[in-house]
Design a protein around this ligand. Structure first.
Ligand SMILES: N[C@@H](CCC[C@H](N)C(=O)O)C(=O)O
Length: 310
């Protein structure tokens, strides 16, 4: 089986090209591929699938992003993954951009039009802008108590609960970009409790489908530093949907302008949102290289033999 290793601002993926929808991508195979010691290593797996079986809002799309988190969970949406999928489809000749320059990527949360905005000298795609669709705003009603993570109880307000982190209270906004996000503001992302509060919030009862957790530091009205604890993965170098959800939350709170440079550990994404409309995200997509999986390794991975006991 052939694979491509790719990333979007350091959020890395194993990409499996499957335009005829023949591949069986089990949770065990995803976990084995994403394992950073025993596999290729990645935050998730993208099966670049065909369009023959697409229906509903996705009918008529050009390519399907079948995305899974590193823990094998099937996910609705991945912003960095959409950029990588569009690049892969164009660069490997699966899709020719439409007359208006867009490629429409189908996802489990609906179609996402992608526009190529920069190419390398050899013609391959360097950077794209994604129409991420409008956000959905879902207030959390369950009071949050994160004392186990060294934080105080939450107090619900109009925008969402506020959560005590250390000796200060931070806002928690809940925004869906097709997948769920809980956004906190912090003074300094460098010292934010990403690896303690992140997993506590990810699995909190307030989020029955679990959640991604964003720690955002507002630098000024056009610039935000962000770290993300991703559902089903852990801390990643970047999260595209997380960047979009964060800008929506901060824009609603009046703390940023319509266009924001979101600076993540893996690079910068530009996010634009005018209330009531779609969120637009611009950023790079990179292919690191291509390879072939070993047959014996693949057999063991598929049968779960590579799963290590905790
Ligand atoms: N890294 C992604 C988000 C991937 C899915 C997420 N972990 C979830 O479970 O919702 C992005 O760039 O958006």
């Amino acid at each position: 089986m052939e694979f491509t290793k790719a990333h979007g601002t350091g959020n890395d993926f194993v990409v499996l090209r499957d335009p005829d929808d023949h591949l069986d991508v089990s949770a065990a195979l995803v976990r084995a591929l994403c394992d950073r010691r025993f596999g290729i290593g990645a935050d998730g797996v993208i099966r670049v699938g065909g369009v023959a079986r697409l229906e509903g809002a996705n009918a008529g799309a050009d390519v399907f992003m079948d995305y899974r988190n590193a823990d094998g969970s099937v996910v609705e949406m991945c912003g960095n993954g959409v950029r990588v999928t569009a690049k892969h489809a164009v660069d490997h000749g699966l899709v020719t951009p439409r007359e208006d320059g867009t490629v429409v990527v189908a996802t489990r949360s609906g179609p996402r039009p992608v526009r190529v905005v920069a190419r390398h000298a050899d013609g391959t795609v360097a950077e794209v802008e994604v129409d991420m669709g409008p956000p959905a705003l879902e207030p959390v009603e369950v009071p949050f108590d994160a004392t186990a993570a060294g934080t105080g109880p939450a107090v619900a307000d109009a925008f969402g609960p506020t959560v005590q982190v250390g000796d200060r209270q931070v806002e928690l906004a809940v925004v869906s970009m097709g997948n769920p996000h809980a956004i906190l503001t912090v003074d300094d992302v460098g010292t934010a409790p990403v690896t303690t509060l992140g997993p506590t919030l990810e699995t909190h009862a307030a989020f029955p489908a679990k959640t991604n957790v964003e720690f955002a530091q507002v630098v000024d009205r056009g610039s935000v530093r962000l770290r993300v604890w991703e559902r089903g993965v852990g801390e990643t170098a970047a999260c595209g949907t997380g960047a979009c959800a964060t800008v929506v939350a901060l824009r609603r709170a009046g703390r940023v302008d319509d266009e924001v440079a979101v600076r993540l550990p893996g690079g910068t994404l530009t996010v634009r949102w005018h209330a009531g409309g779609s969120v637009y995200m611009t950023g790079p997509a990179v292919e690191v290289g291509h390879g072939t999986l070993d047959d014996a390794w693949l057999r063991d991975a598929r049968s779960g033999l590579l799963e290590t006991a905790p």
